[in-house]
Design a protein around this ligand. Structure first.
Ligand code: KG4
Ligand code: ZN
Length: 363
């Protein structure tokens, strides 16, 4: 039996968790900074690092207390060291190193994307006997910073099939919410606003790119902006051309009664359509026996529904609390590294643009 302490500080959540055997949750503490960043309409890096410093000790102590375990009884400490914000990552990594050194425990450096994938290994209290995911599988990681299609042919064997060439899917939700004056974070508010809207009211582009598994969402965001400007013009308002400056459109939302339900439903459907069709193509081309969803955008109801409906193989996604950033997924990923004998040195550094590489390559 293993019990791994996971630590995550790559963006705007300070999180620690204890997981048994890579699947059973003993504790999961997340201190979210969302309310601190809301006034900036996105994550403000300096504030994120500072808040991580203020919260990290308490969050780790709570995770150990809730799991009713001491640091001594932990088998290893797993920590995200990239990709993410450098200053934010440093807080988690340095804390993990100090604990590992002081308690003489192995340190396991985890890639944030790898952690998102392993959220699918965690058992939620309602589904205690779910089988471990099987291979080969394709995982779509969709978050505020990433949109990646990953092929896994076994544990620690990753192949990045495609990624976004501009905005991430979650970033597109956040930017479109901002231009419509709906607030931050954009995903949940767009999902709510789209309820009852007509997804065919506006036709937005699906972002064609050369690699069949790559994504592009910046054209879609611009198309929504242009549509808002067109609606303003039709309402007889003067529209100043400020390129793609989204802040101008935010005032547009205030000046004209925009069909927000239809706009958000059409936008959401364009994003989901692009995500589902590329995942389906990849799953088929690589003979995947299972499709996994991960990351904050995997919380999206339409995405979960359409992915399940349009895929030939079984589709799984984590419960919503494991989709957004947390440390349980880090501990889960840590378990599989630990039992494979993989270890990190105390000289491990943060890498804001860390790539996902197979463990054989690292060894
Ligand atoms: O994985 P995550 O918590 O943090 C990153 O690693 O970026 O993802 C956050 C992103 C945000 O962009 C947020 O708008 C999006 O996930 N998100 C959603 C939903 N819930 C969160 N997007 C679409 N629909 C949702 N229900
Ligand atoms: Zn994330």
């Amino acid at each position: 039996m293993t019990r791994i302490l996971g630590i995550e500080t790559s963006c705007d959540e300070t999180a620690a968790a204890v997981v048994e055997d890579g699947r059973v949750l003993l504790s999961n503490v997340v201190a979210s900074q969302i309310s601190l960043h809301q006034q900036y309409g996105g994550v403000f890096p300096e504030i994120a690092s500072r808040q991580h410093i203020l919260s990290i000790d308490t969050v780790i102590r709570q995770a150990l207390e809730q799991a009713d375990i001491t640091l001594d009884e932990i088998d290893a400490i797993a920590v995200v060291h990239g990709p993410g914000l450098a200053g934010a990552l440093l807080v988690g990594l340095n804390t993990a190193k100090a604990l590992a050194y002081a308690a003489n425990k192995p340190l396991l450096g985890i890639n944030h994307l790898e952690a998102h994938v392993y959220a699918n290994w965690l058992l939620s209290p309602g589904t205690p006997s779910l089988l471990e995911p099987w291979f080969p599988l394709v995982c779509l990681v969709v978050s505020g910073g990433h949109t990646d299609l990953i092929l896994m042919e076994g544990y620690h064997r990753y192949q990045l099939l495609g990624h976004t060439i501009d905005d991430a899917a979650g970033e597109a939700f956040d930017k479109v919410a901002r231009l419509l004056g709906l607030g931050y974070p954009g995903g949940p508010v767009i999902q709510r606003t789209a309820e009852g809207g007509n997804p065919q009211a506006f036709h937005f582009p699906r972002g064609q790119v050369d690699n069949p598994y790559d994504f592009s969402f910046s054209g879609l965001k611009t198309a929504v902006l242009r549509q808002v400007q067109a609606l303003r013009r039709a309402a007889g308002q003067q529209v100043e051309e400020h390129g793609e400056k989204l802040v101008d459109a935010a005032s547009a939302a205030a000046q004209v009664e925009l069909p927000l339900a239809d706009l958000t439903a059409s936008f959401q459907s364009a994003v989901v359509d692009a995500l589902v069709s590329k995942t389906a193509a990849a799953a088929q081309a690589y003979g995947a026996q299972l499709v996994l969803l991960a990351g904050g955008v995997a919380a999206n109801k339409l995405l979960r529904m359409e992915m399940t409906r349009r895929m030939d193989v079984e589709v799984r996604f984590p419960p919503i609390s494991f989709c957004t950033d947390n440390a349980a997924m880090v501990a889960a990923a840590g378990h599989y590294r630990y039992i494979a004998g993989l270890r990190s040195g105390l000289d491990l550094d943060v890498d804001p643009s860390l790539q996902l590489v197979s463990a054989e390559v690292l060894a």
